[in-house]
Design a protein around this ligand. Structure first.
Ligand code: MG
Length: 384
């Protein structure tokens, strides 16, 4: 079956291309090639050992950044296909969207951002772009993996104006208020659908939140009541799965139907018209948007700020701060290639350059590597 893309979809024909021009791929589309480069990157493999909410060693069944990214790709591809959008580009953006995450989830990123405040700050979204543009070292002729403009545009979801000025063309939309492709817009929302629903699942599995608590949340209560009505004898685990997949399905269907209506009304005739539309064209209905916010608030209050999550976050902050300070005061403690980079960037950009090289090194660590590195460096009884 040949897949027909809508006029407003991204395509090879309208792609703004790569920073370093390359011959067109023989057996794949340009965006398939992007996706494949992402899958083969070292940063992608490291996602397996990076925290989503629960630190990797807390249990084998919780989501990691890797399984989260795969779930985002699954949800995003469903939406893309239903809207006749470019599934390959959607998948590439989904798989790359978290490549720049530090170890230990948001606690790790906030800790590194605090340390980098005087040196230009640290933002995981910008870092994801930095990974594919600069930090992956796999090609003879360029730094990074030389993705298409459309994949890079999709990776950079938000960005401050000062940072946007340093990003060249891919930063322009934050300055002139235009929008990214529909594929990028939908992947952003697929990310939220994925984490809201899998955090409910992981939260229940861990025992940090309960079914009783969740009954006050509309998005949960409706499918939950349906499931216990249909299957009153079902055990708690299977009940949870039945509810969680309904939550995903309700959101995906709502997003597809609402967006179809918007596209029918606005009739963008090209990806360029999408970029110039003056507003996002991929949206939830007002009602679903409201219910999503309610669930998000619930998770913030009851899961992300749970004292057991906070204990791990607090350790994470100590580890990131100590690693950063230790390397800043003595770059000879860095592995030789990172020390070399720190020296080079220090010469080029001064102390912020050195700090950036150290932030890149720390951001690239997995949870367990950061813990080991902390022990090796700061515990006198540990072997170095
Ligand atoms: Mg994500």
């Amino acid at each position: 079956m040949t897949k027909v893309l809508a006029d407003y979809a991204a395509s090879d024909a309208t792609s703004l291309g790569r920073q370093f021009p390359e011959k067109a791929p023989e057996h794949r589309t340009e965006f398939q090639r992007d996706r494949d480069r992402i899958i083969h990157s070292a940063a992608f493999r490291r996602l397996e050992y990076k925290t989503q909410v629960f630190v990797n060693h807390e249990g084998d069944l919780y989501r990691t950044r890797l399984t989260h990214s795969v779930e985002v790709a699954q949800i995003a591809r469903t939406i893309a296909r239903a809207l006749s959008l470019n599934e390959d580009l959607t998948e590439a953006i989904a798989l790359a969207h978290d490549l720049g995450h530090t170890p230990f989830g948001h606690a790790g990123q906030d800790a590194l951002n605090e340390k980098m405040r005087e040196y230009g700050g640290f933002e995981h979204n910008l870092q994801s772009l930095r990974v594919v543009d600069e930090l992956e070292e796999r090609y003879a002729e360029f730094q990074g993996i030389n993705l298409t403009f459309e994949s890079r545009e999709g990776i950079i979801k938000h960005c401050s104006i000062p940072n946007a000025h340093n990003l060249g063309e891919v930063g322009q939309r934050f300055i002139n208020g235009t929008h990214p492709s529909l594929e990028a817009q939908l992947t952003n929302l697929a990310d939220a659908i994925a984490y809201n629903s899998h955090d409910v699942d992981d939260g229940l599995r861990s025992g940090l939140i309960t079914l009783q608590q969740l009954e006050e949340v509309t998005l949960f209560a409706e499918p939950y009541n349906e499931v216990i009505r249909l299957y009153p004898e079902l055990n708690e685990r299977r009940t949870t799965y039945e509810v969680v997949r309904r939550i995903i399905n309700m959101q995906v269907s709502d997003l597809i139907e609402t967006t179809k209506q918007i596209l029918k009304q606005k009739q963008p005739d090209s990806i360029n018209a999408v970029r110039q539309a003056g507003e996002s064209l991929v949206l939830f209905s007002n009602n679903m948007h409201k219910n999503n916010l309610e669930l998000k608030r619930f998770l913030h209050k009851n899961l992300y700020r749970h004292y057991r999550v906070h204990r791990m976050s607090s350790k994470a902050i100590t580890i990131i701060h100590e690693l950063f300070d230790t390397f800043m005061s003595d770059t000879r403690l860095l592995p030789p290639d990172t020390a070399q980079k720190a020296k080079l960037l220090d010469t080029e950009l001064g102390i912020s350059g050195k700090a950036r090289a150290i932030a890149d090194y720390i951001a690239g660590m997995t949870d367990r590597y950061a813990i080991r590195e902390y022990q090796r460096l700061l515990d006198p009884l540990e072997p170095t």
